[in-house]
Design a binder for this molecule. Structure first.
Ligand SMILES: Cc1cc2nc3c(=O)[nH]c(=O)nc-3n(C[C@H](O)[C@H](O)[C@H](O)COP(=O)(O)OP(=O)(O)OC[C@H]3O[C@@H](n4cnc5c(N)ncnc54)[C@H](O)[C@@H]3O)c2cc1C
Length: 309
C-alpha cells in the first residue's frame, strides 16, 4: 500500500486523536483519546469501541499475522471499558462527565491461544501521542452503578485491565459522597502490572471508606499465588473490609478474565445451573447467599459482571 493510500484511509476512517499515552511498561498503557465529536453522555462502567486499520504497523514480538490484500483496507474494532485516573494532580476528583477525552487502560495481547491472531492491540501499542484512531460514537453497556444505593457496601473485583470500569465507577461513587464501604481488589501477574497503584494509594489516604487490595499471581517474592477466589474463601477479603459480606447490603462487580468470574451454564429446558471449573467468584458467593444477574431471564441479583473474552 502506498503512503498516499494510507493517508487517505486514515483521513476517511479515523475520528479521534491520541492526546496522552502513558506506557506503564512495554505491554500496558493508559491512553486518552479525544474524539472529533463531543464526548457523549455515558454511565461509569460502560464501554465503546476503538479501531485501527489493518494497514497500520504492528509492534514487534507479536504472533505472525497473514493478511489478504482485501484485509489491508479494513478497520479492526474492539470493545474497551472507559477508565478514569480518579484524582487530578491537585487532589480533586476527576470530573469525567465534563472531559473532552475518554481514558482507557489496555494490555498488549501478543499471542492468542484460540487461533485468532491478535489484530488490534499490536497496532495500538505502535502508536504515539498525536496519532489518529477510530473511536465508536456509541457508549454502551449494562455494567453500571444503577443498582447501588448510597450506603451499600461495594466490591469491585477485577483481573488485569478489568480494573478499568471499576476506576470510573469508584470515581463516581466518591463524587456522590458514597457513605458505604468500598473495596477494590485487582489481581495481576506481577506488581508492575498495577498501572494505577499510586493513584489508589492516594485515594485510600483521602477517603477512609475506600480500600485497594492488589493481588499478584507470579511475583517472585510471593510464595503463594493469590487469586481473588482465595481471598474470598480464606476470609481475607472480609478482614480488609472490616465486616461480614451480607448479600442484602452488598453489590459485587466482577470484570475481566471469565475464569475468575465463573458464569454458570443454565440448561434452557430445566433451568439447572452448572458452574464451570476451576471455581469462580460467582460459585463462591452464590454458596453464601448472593445471586448473580441472569440477563437471559432479566433477573437482577447483587453480583454484576463483565467478561472481557
Ligand atoms: C465489554 C468489553 C470491554 C473490554 N475492555 C477492555 C479494557 O478496558 N482493556 C483491555 O485491555 N481489554 C478490554 N477488552 C478486551 C478487548 O476488547 C480485546 O479483546 C483485547 O484488547 C485484545 O484485542 P486484540 O485484537 O489484540 O486480540 P483479540 O484477537 O481480540 O484476542 C482476544 C484474546 O486475547 C485475550 N485477551 C483479551 N482481552 C484481554 C485482557 N484484557 N487481558 C488479557 N488477555 C486478554 C483473550 O485470550 C482473548 O481470547 C474488553 C472486552 C469487552 C468485551
Amino acid at each position: 500500500m502506498t503512503t498516499p493510500d494510507i493517508v487517505e484511509l486514515r483521513t476517511r476512517r479515523y475520528n479521534g486523536t491520541v492526546i496522552s499515552l502513558r506506557k506503564v511498561h512495554s505491554d500496558l498503557m493508559i491512553v486518552r483519546i479525544q474524539p472529533d465529536f463531543p464526548v457523549p453522555a455515558y454511565k461509569p462502567g460502560q464501554y465503546c469501541s476503538l479501531g485501527l486499520g489493518y494497514w497500520e504497523p504492528r509492534t514487534d514480538g507479536c504472533q505472525v499475522e497473514t493478511l489478504t490484500p482485501e484485509d489491508l483496507t479494513k478497520v479492526v474494532r474492539r470493545a474497551y471499558s472507559i477508565s478514569n485516573s480518579i484524582l487530578e494532580a491537585d487532589g480533586r476528583l476527576v470530573d469525567a462527565g465534563n472531559a473532552n477525552y475518554l481514558e482507557f487502560y489496555i494490555v498488549l495481547v501478543r499471542e492468542n491461544a484460540d487461533g485468532r491472531v491478535p489484530a488490534f492491540t499490536p497496532r495500538l501499542f505502535a502508536l504515539k501521542e498525536g496519532d489518529r484512531i477510530n473511536i465508536g460514537e456509541k457508549i454502551t453497556g449494562a455494567y453500571t452503578l444503577d443498582p447501588v444505593g448510597p450506603g451499600d457496601t461495594v466490591l469491585f473485583l477485577g483481573t488485569g485491565t478489568g480494573e478499568a470500569p471499576h476506576n470510573s465507577m469508584l470515581c463516581e461513587l466518591l463524587r456522590r459522597g458514597h457513605t458505604g464501604r468500598i473495596l477494590m481488589a485487582s489481581c495481576v501477574r506481577y506488581a508492575r502490572d498495577l498501572g494505577y497503584l499510586g493513584t489508589h494509594n492516594r485515594v485510600m489516604k483521602a477517603f477512609p471508606n475506600y480500600t485497594y487490595l492488589p493481588l499478584t499471581t507470579r511475583e517472585a517474592t510471593v510464595t503463594k499465588k493469590t487469586y481473588i477466589q482465595d481471598v474470598i474463601a480464606g476470609g481475607e477479603l472480609e478482614e480488609h473490609l472490616g465486616k461480614r459480606l451480607k448479600p442484602a447490603e452488598t453489590h459485587v462487580f466482577l470484570c475481566g478474565n471469565p475464569k475468575m468470574i465463573g458464569v454458570p451454564h443454565r440448561d434452557k429446558q430445566t433451568g439447572e445451573k452448572t458452574y464451570p471449573k476451576p471455581v469462580g467468584v460467582i460459585e463462591l458467593l452464590e454458596g453464601r447467599g448472593f445471586q448473580a444477574d441472569v440477563s437471559s431471564i432479566k433477573f437482577k441479583g447483587t453480583i454484576h459482571f463483565e467478561e472481557y473474552w
